[in-house]
Design a protein around this ligand. Sequence first.
Ligand code: AMP
Length: 283
Amino acid sequence: MRVFSKIDQIRGYIQQKRSDDKLIGLVPTMGAIHKGHLSLVEKSRIETDITVCSIFVNPSQFNNPEDLEKYPVQTDADLKLLEDAGCDAVFLPSKDEMYTVSDYLNFNFGSLETRLEGEFRPGHFSGVGLVVSKLFNIIQPDKAYFGQKDLQQLAIIKKLVLDLNFPIQVIGVETKREKSGLAMSSRNLRLTASQLQTASKIHWGLQKLKELVLSGKTINQSVDEMVLYFHSEKDIDLEYLEVVDSQSMVAVNSIEAAPEISVCIAAYVGEVRLIDNIYLKKS
Ligand code: AMP
C-alpha cells in the first residue's frame, strides 16, 4: 500500500494508474478507522481497480474547536487496518498541505444545510463541501464511497457532484453496526463501557419508531412517543429526532410523502455527540 502526504505525489500516482486504464475509487475519511470505513473500502475494491482512502481531520467542518481537538488520531493503526483491507493507496495530507489560506471558500447548500445537522452545526456542511471538492479535484476518482450513516452528508455530496458537474459516481454504503445495534463511529472510542450500552438505545429507539409507524400510528404520534422515551433516558440528551425525505431532508408527516423516508437522530451520550438514522421506506 502506498502512502502519500503531498498532493503532487498522489496526483502522479493516480495519473500513472489512469494511463493504465484503471478505474479509481475514493473513500474519504477522518481516520480512526473502523469496520464501517472498511465496508466502504471493501465496496470500492469490488467495483474499481484502485482504491484510494484519504485520512484528513478536516478543520473547516468542525464548528466546535473542542470536538476537533478531541477527535481521535491513530495513524499507525489506521494504516495497518487499511493495508490489511487491501486498500491500494492512502492520502494523508497535513493541514497546511490542504489549506494554504485561513479564510476558507464557503459553500451554501440552501435548504439542505439549514436542517438537522446544519441547524446544530453551523458551517459544518460548507466545510464538508470544501474538503470533498478538494479531494475530488486532487484524486479525480471515478467513484466515491460515502456512508449512509451520515445521510445528510450523502445528500449534500450528491448535490455537490450534480451542481459542479464532477464526473464522479457517488455510492452510498449501508451503515455498519455493533452487535448492540450501535452505529460504528470513530467517536465511540470516547465512550465508556456503560456509555456504549446507553448509546445502543439510540438505534433501538429508531427501530421502535419504525415499528410504531408500520403498525399504523402516524409519524407525528410515533415521533412524539419516542421523543418522550429519549427524554426519559437520563443519560441521553436528545438534540433532534425527525422523520424526513431522505433526499431533501425536509420533515414529512406521511410515509407516502417521498420515495425514500428516513428517521434521523442526534443525541449526546456524556460529552459525545452521536448521530444515526434508518430508512422507514427505501425505493
Ligand atoms: P468519518 O471518518 O467519520 O468522516 O467517515 C468517513 C466515511 O465513512 C463517511 O462517508 C461515513 O459516512 C462513513 N462511515 C462512518 N461510519 C460508518 C458506518 N458505521 N457504516 C458505514 N459507513 C460509515
